[in-house]
Design a protein around this ligand. Structure first.
Ligand code: ADP
Length: 448
């Protein structure tokens, strides 16, 4: 019997999943909103079902409509991509009850890791190092002051249910703490329907280092090395690379193995990422994402392994066919997130792409749903594609990145390509002198 997968997402990740399904001979059905009718994955899927209006709540977050579409189309499994319903435990639970296969972890694991306070408590039991912090939620102002005294300033107030770089506030003294405490709680309640907040020491010069893992829910789990995602704006990643430089390989492999062994212990099923901050040669866990990440291609480029294929095979009940020793790392890969936004104000820039010309050549990969005449809708995340390059080493990868960025043409809308061109040529970034504050410090330097 031929399998059929329903893709419950849009844009480049929907296209990415679609391509692997086609390669595997799996039939595809895609659900889409009224404004995505002309999008590339919708045009290329075997079947398409319009499930609602442009607002995400009307379509890509509309659980009953998605399950109905799966039922009508006879899909066996649902791939949620990233964002939208990918880390919604209630969606995964409803699929568990209705008999559709969720291409992701169990609802139980999504729930644990979706609450950052619970996640930290959970991983600590397995000896994973965490950022010094409040050891649980902060319940009132008195506790806030006491905990702040013991951690010391600056500290970061974080929403337990936060994500996507939102729900965080850095404070430097008691006054900011008390204001920030109630503000972050109120924002967290409004944005994530969970007012719970906790505190962490605000690390002053860390890099964001994360480990890709895969578990089969049958006792086996492996890691695929690490990624450095330190180049961020407002806590949102814009450039990622693999593997991180200037961290001894043994140290990376040791932490990767710790994450994989935790996944074996919890019998984790699916792809996942353990995110850490790395400062002064120490790792500090911050959270786990229980889905495929935007930046998964850099890992694919250095390992030669299709992670979406792995996700699908595990979801359909296969054991992981790879032993840890089968996963080796070749060369260096860098990814740039291309956003439809003004490169100076960072304001979104939706509209019609009047002309698109992709870059090419050896080691150049462009994951995008954009084509000439495509209209970027204003309702969704501004990311319209990812340029990924692979070189024999980091220098070659940066050189390839500069060449590819010079070649790519996207006209009709504004994009952050000018920023990427500057970053690809930046001597400090090329020299590996970066932390999560790189972009901020660079803009401060330019404006002063
Ligand atoms: P989200 O779930 O919103 O992505 P994370 O907890 O993963 O939030 O943190 C996102 C980014 O915020 C990190 O990559 C880092 O840049 C910054 N950050 C988070 N915690 C700290 C901390 N304790 N100290 C310094 N920066 C932090």
């Amino acid at each position: 019997m031929a399998y059929k997968i329903l893709i419950a997402n849009r844009g480049e990740i929907a296209l990415r999943i679609l391509r692997t399904c086609k390669e595997l001979g799996i039939k595809t059905v895609i659900v889409h909103s009224t404004v995505d009718r002309q999008s590339l994955p919708v045009r290329l899927a075997d079947e398409r079902i319009c499930i609602g209006g442009p607002q995400p709540t009307q379509s890509y977050l509309n659980i009953p409509a998605i399950i109905t579409a799966a039922e009508i189309s006879g899909a066996h499994a649902i791939h949620p991509g990233y964002g939208f319903l990918s880390e919604n435990p209630s969606f995964a639970e409803q699929l568990e009850h209705t008999g559709f296969t969720f291409i992701g972890p169990s609802s139980h694991h999504i729930k644990i890791m979706g609450d950052k306070v619970e996640a930290i408590k959970f991983v600590k039991q397995y000896g994973i190092p965490c950022v010094p912090g409040s050891d649980g939620p902060i319940l009132n102002e008195q506790q806030a002051v006491n905990v702040a005294e013991s951690i010391g300033y600056p500290l970061i107030i974080k929403a337990a249910g936060g994500g996507g770089g939102r729900g965080m506030r850095v404070v430097h003294d008691n006054k900011q703490l008390l204001e920030g405490f109630s503000l972050t709680k109120a924002e967290a309640k409004a944005a994530f329907n969970n007012p719970c907040v906790y505190f962490e020491k605000y690390l002053t010069h860390p890099r964001h280092i994360e480990f890709q893992i895969l578990g089969d829910g049958q006792g086996q789990a492996v890691h695929f090395g690490a990624r450095d995602c330190s180049i961020q704006r407002r806590h949102q990643k814009i450039i990622e690379e693999a593997q991180p430089i200037d961290i001894p390989n043994e140290k990376l492999m040791e932490m990767g193995e710790k994450c994989a062994s935790l996944c074996r212990a919890m019998n984790y099923r699916g792809a996942g990422t353990f995110e850490f901050l790395y400062q002064d040669e120490e790792f500090y866990f911050i959270e786990m994402n229980t889905r495929i990440q935007v930046e998964h291609p850099v890992t694919e480029m250095i390992t030669g392994i299709d992670l979406i294929k792995q996700q699908i095979s595990i979801a359909f009940g296969s054991k992981i066919q790879l032993a840890q020793k089968d996963i080796s790392f070749h060369g260096h890969a860098i990814e740039c997130r291309i956003n439809a936004e003004d490169p100076e104000t960072y304001l979104p820039s939706p509209g019609i792409v009047s002309f698109y010309h992709p870059p090419g050549g050896p080691g150049v990969r462009m994951d995008t749903h954009v084509y000439s005449t495509y209209s970027v809708p204003p309702y969704y995340d501004s990311m319209i594609g990812k340029l990924i390059v692979h070189g024999a080493n980091r220098l070659e990868a940066f050189n390839k990145l500069s060449v590819a960025l010079d070649e790519i043409v996207i006209e009709g809308i504004k994009t952050n390509l000018p920023l990427h061109r500057l970053l690809a040529a930046d001597p400090d970034l090329r020299a590996g002198k970066h932390s999560i504050h790189f972009l901020q410090q660079r803009s401060d330097k330019i404006s002063s």
